[in-house]
Design a protein around this ligand. Structure first.
Ligand SMILES: [Zn+2]
Ligand SMILES: [Zn+2]
Length: 235
């Protein structure tokens, strides 16, 4: 059984743990190392590896400290190049090439973000569960059959963003950047409609924007659309 724990999820920092009971992975390292240590009860040796989607600070802050503490860092060649970590603690991932970490399989795939070589991850365990992790992408170019767990960014709603721009709370130029870098509620709905939801047990919304999102409305709308439990990852 897959268990997901959010340590942080926003543009200030992102980190999650995922475990199937045998193998525990850290997804992202965008908070202080000591906060990660605290969250895992200082048992760093139980972390089988850390997957990092891309090099932005809110996803990689603790990467060097984790490597120093002996945690293997998994990321694309492009991301690793930007992170500049000691080589003996890193494994380069290639989109569409599966790796095995303990009892979990990890299939990286390319996403769309303003970073060197950003990746999303499809995790699988021996019980046949499948977890999709995708954040900081304005588009998910693939369909994933048989998902059981979904962790996907739901950064902003176009309607809220537009009204913030009209009211002068958000500069108009930000819309262009968001549309080319982050996943919106509208994208999320399209993604859900395009994918097989029959086995999905839980959906976690990640990386909500402080200004351009509405937790309660996102949760309600997606619950109505999917009939699945929706969790807002704690910021
Ligand atoms: Zn981010
Ligand atoms: Zn980013």
């Amino acid at each position: 059984m897959i268990e997901i724990k959010t340590l942080a999820s926003s543009s200030a920092g992102n980190a999650y743990t995922v475990t199937d009971g045998n193998t525990t992975l850290l997804l992202e390292a965008g908070i202080h190392f000591r906060d990660i240590q605290r969250a895992v009860g200082f048992r760093m040796s139980q972390i089988a590896g850390c997957l990092i989607s891309h090099e932005h600070g809110d996803h990689r802050k603790a990467a060097a400290d984790l490597a120093k503490a002996g945690v293997e860092i998994y990321a694309s060649q492009g991301t690793l190049g930007a992170l500049q970590l000691p080589r003996h603690r890193t494994t380069a991932l290639t989109a569409k090439k599966q790796v095995v970490i303990g009892s979990l399989t990890v299939l990286p795939f390319d996403v769309r973000h303003d970073a060197e070589e950003p990746l999303g991850f499809l995790l699988g365990n021996q019980a046949g569960e499948k977890l999709l992790f995708a954040t900081d992408t304005y588009y998910i170019p693939y369909r994933f059959p048989g998902l059981t767990h979904i962790m996907v960014e739901c950064n902003y709603s176009e309607a809220i963003l537009d009204s913030n721009i009209i009211d002068g709370r958000v500069p108009a130029i930000q819309k262009k950047r968001l549309q080319r870098s982050h996943f919106s509620l509208e994208n999320f709905k399209d993604f859900i409609r395009a994918n097989d939801m029959s086995k999905v047990q839980e959906i976690h919304l990640l990386h909500l924007s402080d200004r351009n999102s509405d937790e309660a409305a996102f949760k309600r709308e997606l619950q109505e659309l999917t009939g699945k439990p929706i969790y807002i990852a704690e910021r």
